[in-house]
Design a protein around this ligand. Structure first.
Ligand SMILES: *Cc1c(COP(=O)(O)O)cnc(C)c1O
Length: 376
C-alpha cells in the first residue's frame, strides 16, 4: 500500500449518475442564485432531516458567520475550545468575544454547569458544538438560555441526520449550522446550511446570504455572498440518493472497531446515548495513561504504516495565538478539554475503507496495547 489512508474520504457516486444533472444545468444555463437544484435540495434536506426551515450555504463557516449576523449577536458568547477552529473564528469575524467553557468528560460537549458559571452581563448567546455527532445536553442548555435570556446557536457540523427520541437534534436552539464539506458524512464538496425555527427568520437569512437583496432595487442590510451554486446543489441531491449506503458502510466499520477495542485497557471509546440515532461521522478513541504507549506514539505507529489517524481536536482552539490571550483561554480554566485533547485520536472511517485496511488498523492498535491476535 503506497497511498496514505486518510481519516475520511468523500463518497463519490459513479460519474455517470452525475451527468444528467450537469446536462440540465448546461441546458438552462442557470448556474447559481436560487436555481432549481438549490430549491430541490432545500426541500429534500428538510424532508430527510425532519426540519421545516433550511437555507443552503456555500460552506459551513459562512453559514455560522451569517447565523450570528441574523441573530444580531454581539458582546460575549460562551463556546467550547474542543472543536474545529471555524466555530470560534465565526465569532471573531463578527467582532464577538469568545468565552471558553470546559467540556463534559463523557460527551466531550460543553458542560452546562460550566456554561452557567461563565455568564456575565455581556453574555448574549451560547455556541455549543455537537462534537462527533453526539448531541449536547440540549434541555439543560435550553433552560440556561431561557433563564438568562440568551440565544443558542448550535454548530451541528458533525450532526447530519442525528435524531434523539425520534426528533431531529437540529430543532433545538434558535439555529443550527450544518457543514457539507468533503470530509463530512454528507457532502457537496463545499457547502453548509442554517436550520432555523420559522419562515420569517429563514427569509432574513436568505436575504443576508445574497448581499441583503430582497428584490432588484431593495437591499435591506449588509449581506454577504453565501449562496450555494447549482453544481453543489445537484451533487447534494445525488449524494442524498446514496445516504443510506453511506451510513450503513460507516456503521459496519464502527461496529468492527467497537468489537475489537471494547475491552482494551487504557483505550476508551465514545459513549453514545441510547435513545439517539448515530451517523458514525468519526471514530474517536481516548488513549489514557493505562495504555502502554502515548497517544502520539500510537499516532506515529499508524503513520509509519501509511495510516493518517487525526488528533481531533488538538491543539484546542484556546491554544491558538488569536485566542490564547483571552482570560477564559487559560488551561487552568479548561482542564478536561486540555486532558482529552492530549488523549484523543480519530481512526479512519468512511465508505470504501476496505476490510483489509480496517484489520491492519485494528492490528496496529492492538499491537500497541500488547494484545495482537493476528500476526501482522
Ligand atoms: C467542518 C466544520 C466546520 C466548518 O465547516 P466548513 O463547511 O468546512 O466551512 C465548522 N465547525 C465544525 C465543528 C466542523 O467540523
Amino acid at each position: 500500500m503506497d497511498q496514505l489512508i486518510p481519516v475520511t474520504q468523500p463518497f463519490l457516486p459513479p460519474l455517470d449518475e452525475f451527468r444528467p444533472y450537469l446536462e440540465q444545468i448546461w441546458a438552462s444555463k442557470w448556474v447559481t442564485n436560487n436555481g432549481p437544484f438549490h430549491a430541490r435540495l432545500e426541500q429534500s434536506l428538510c424532508d430527510y432531516l425532519g426540519v421545516e426551515h433550511l437555507s443552503l450555504f456555500s460552506n459551513g463557516t459562512l453559514a455560522l458567520i451569517t447565523a450570528l449576523q441574523a441573530m444580531k449577536i454581539s458582546g460575549e458568547v460562551i463556546t467550547t475550545p474542543f472543536s474545529f477552529v471555524a466555530t470560534t473564528h465565526a465569532l471573531h469575524w463578527n467582532g464577538i468575544r469568545p468565552v471558553f467553557a470546559d467540556i463534559d468528560p463523557n460527551s466531550m460537549n460543553l458542560d452546562p454547569a460550566k456554561i452557567e458559571a461563565a455568564i456575565t452581563p455581556q453574555t448574549t448567546a451560547i455556541l455549543p458544538v455537537h462534537v462527533y455527532g453526539n448531541p449536547c445536553a440540549v434541555e439543560e442548555i435550553g433552560r440556561i438560555a431561557d433563564n438568562y435570556g440568551l440565544r443558542v446557536l448550535y454548530d451541528a457540523a458533525h450532526t447530519f441526520g442525528v435524531r434523539r427520541d425520534g426528533r431531529s437534534v437540529l430543532e433545538f436552539g434558535d439555529m443550527s449550522v450544518l457543514s457539507f464539506h468533503g470530509t463530512k458524512v454528507f457532502n457537496t464538496f463545499e457547502g453548509g446550511a442554517i436550520i432555523c425555527q420559522d419562515a420569517k427568520t429563514k427569509r432574513r437569512i436568505d436575504h443576508l446570504k445574497n448581499f441583503g437583496f430582497v428584490d432588484e432595487v431593495t437591499v435591506v442590510g449588509p449581506g454577504i455572498n453565501g449562496k450555494m451554486n447549482e453544481i453543489q446543489a445537484a451533487f447534494g441531491l445525488l449524494q442524498l440518493e446514496h445516504i443510506d449506503h453511506i451510513l450503513a458502510e460507516r456503521a459496519k466499520i464502527d461496529e468492527r472497531y467497537r468489537l475489537a477495542f471494547q475491552n482494551v485497557r487504557g483505550l476508551r471509546l465514545l459513549d453514545v446515548p441510547k435513545n439517539c440515532t448515530r451517523n458514525y461521522s468519526y471514530f474517536p478513541v481516548r488513549v489514557g495513561s493505562e495504555f502502554p504507549v502515548s497517544r502520539d506514539a500510537l499516532y506515529d505507529a499508524l503513520r509509519a504504516n501509511k495510516i493518517a489517524a487525526r488528533r481531533y481536536f488538538y491543539p484546542l482552539i484556546n491554544e491558538f495565538p488569536t485566542y490564547r490571550g483571552l482570560p477564559s483561554a487559560a488551561p487552568s480554566n479548561l482542564p478536561i478539554a486540555t486532558e482529552i485533547s492530549r488523549e484523543v485520536l480519530c481512526l479512519p472511517i468512511f465508505p470504501g475503507l476496505d476490510v483489509r485496511t480496517q484489520d491492519q488498523i485494528i492490528d496496529i492498535v492492538l499491537n500497541a496495547a500488547g494484545l495482537s491476535q493476528h500476526a501482522s
